[in-house]
Design a protein around this ligand. Structure first.
Ligand SMILES: C[S@@+](CC[C@H](N)C(=O)[O-])C[C@H]1O[C@@H](n2cnc3c(N)ncnc32)[C@H](O)[C@@H]1O
Length: 435
């Protein structure tokens, strides 16, 4: 991707919404040769627009006669400029000039961009918000109304407001220390030498929460020794409770966050088969494997539904593809990608994968199902559907795991973390045991 931070931000936003591309790969490819400050500005604009999109669009519509006529590049250019004017301390004239320049290069309407932004700066008014409470909250917090409605039904209004607020905040940077190569104390010391403050996480014994950092390169230096992974995701591998010598299948493994953690928990002395169908993520997993010098992991690039092992496994992890609605604070675009119909499509896929791999498990073996979503379609309903079919040979294994607080396990044996209680990403997991 070529250009300055604003050009790249515009390309990312149009690629996300016009071409359905994924945010992280776009961001990493856009960073390219940009300097640290420019990377920060690029990320601030992209994440900022995504976190405020519905609100910014509400404002923008108030300044346009025929909003539907604008080309996407012009639309996003204007959202980016409004975001900078409303939330960043960049001088107004610089924001307007940059937006007009950008429009000359990528759009067709520099005079519209100039006119709208100058009009906004003159009036600074925001069109009256709808009276209907959910519509209003949807605009003010930039979350789709259907999601707010279901969360209010599940958590009540107060908690939902908390979730919406957390989803729009910058999440903490959490690392997992590779205990095969270092220890949390050693890494804390190393980071301190670079002026970075990190603290141990409350539950995961290998987690570090980075309190303040200016320059990510001090953390990049530690690749192989640390892995960026939220504490909730770390707890999933503890819930599997893997042991050395076991044959373990990680059915949806890439980019390998949990695979590597499983290898670490077993002292790199298990036999781990890591399957994933996505070639790009598999390549990333291979790089991660090389960086940490793991020996117990074998990567297989395949659709898991077509995969057939030579021998059965003692443990299987299905960290299934899901809506990712539990990790909106890290992936602010997710809220605009999903809808209720989509949740049922994920459910179908999740169940299909679970049923397929359940046939690869030895008697007495453990099957762990996890998703970074708390929506019932992808969590409790999948468990119910799975047990409807396999209830004669699988039960939920409620065995406590020392690292995981009791409060995270329900009476049915469901593990879940929620942002407003646990200060972690939203994860769901359940341990099945084969009889
Ligand atoms: C939630 S991500 C896994 C994250 C990974 N476990 C980690 O901790 O880094 C789900 C993964 O499932 C993979 N996937 C989706 N459908 C699949 C299939 N039919 N066969 C294999 N992998 C699949 C996706 O490519 C994606 O990498």
């Amino acid at each position: 991707m070529k250009g300055n931070p604003r050009q790249k931000a515009l390309q990312i936003l149009t690629s996300l919404f016009q071409r359905g591309k994924q945010l992280r790969p776009l961001l990493f490819s856009a960073y390219g040769d940009l300097k640290q400050d420019d990377r920060a500005l690029l990320k601030e604009i992209v994440f900022g627009v995504l976190r405020k999109k519905l609100y910014l669009e509400w404002i923008l519509r108030g300044y346009l006669k025929r909003p539907e006529r604008l080309r996407p590049a012009t639309w996003f250019n204007l959202l980016m400029a409004l975001y900078q004017l409303e939330y960043l301390s960049i001088p107004d004239y610089a924001v307007v000039n940059e937006a007009v320049l950008l429009e000359k290069r990528h759009g067709k309407n520099p005079s519209v961009v100039n006119g709208v932004l100058r009009n906004f700066l003159r009036k600074k008014t925001i069109p009256p918000l709808p009276e209907e409470p959910i519509e209003r909250l949807s605009i003010l917090t930039s979350h789709p109304a259907w999601l707010i409605k279901r969360w209010i039904e599940r958590y009540g209004e107060e908690k939902t407001r908390e979730i919406l607020e957390i989803n729009n905040q910058e999440p903490p940077l959490v690392l997992r220390v590779n205990i095969l190569r270092s220890s949390p104390d050693r890494v804390i010391k190393q980071l301190k030498e670079d002026g970075i403050v990190a603290e141990k996480t409350p539950c995961s014994p290998v987690g570090l929460s980075v309190k303040a950092y200016e320059d990510f390169s001090s953390i990049t230096k530690l690749i192989g020794t640390v892995y960026v992974q939220d504490e909730a995701a770390q707890l999933v591998s503890y819930l599997l409770n893997p042991e050395p010598g076991k044959r373990i299948l990680d059915a949806c493994a890439a980019p390998g966050g949990k695979t590597l953690h499983i290898a670490e928990l077993t002292g790199d002395r298990a036999e781990i088969i890591a399957v994933d169908q996505n070639p790009l993520s598999v390549r990333l997993m291979e790089e991660n494997l090389r960086a940490g010098k793991y020996r117990s992991i074998q990567i297989v690039q395949s659709d898991i539904l077509k995969y057939k092992p030579d021998e059965p496994f003692q443990m299987i992890l299905v960290d299934a593809p899901c809506s990712s609605l539990g990790v909106i604070r890290r992936n602010p675009d997710v809220r605009y990608r999903q809808d209720e119909k989509g949740l049922l499509e994920f459910q179908k896929k999740q169940l299909e994968i679970l049923l397929h791999v359940s046939g690869f498990l030895k008697k007495g073996g453990v099957l762990l199902y996890s998703v970074c979503s708390l929506e019932p379609e992808e969590t409790t309903e999948v468990v119910k559907l799975f047990l409807n079919k396999k209830g004669d040979s699988f039960i939920i294994d409620r065995r406590p795991v020392s690292v995981i607080p009791d409060s995270m396990i329900s009476s049915e044996g469901f593990f879940s973390t929620v942002s407003f209680i646990d200060e972690m990403d939203g994860f769901f997991a359940v341990r099945f045991k084969r009889l």
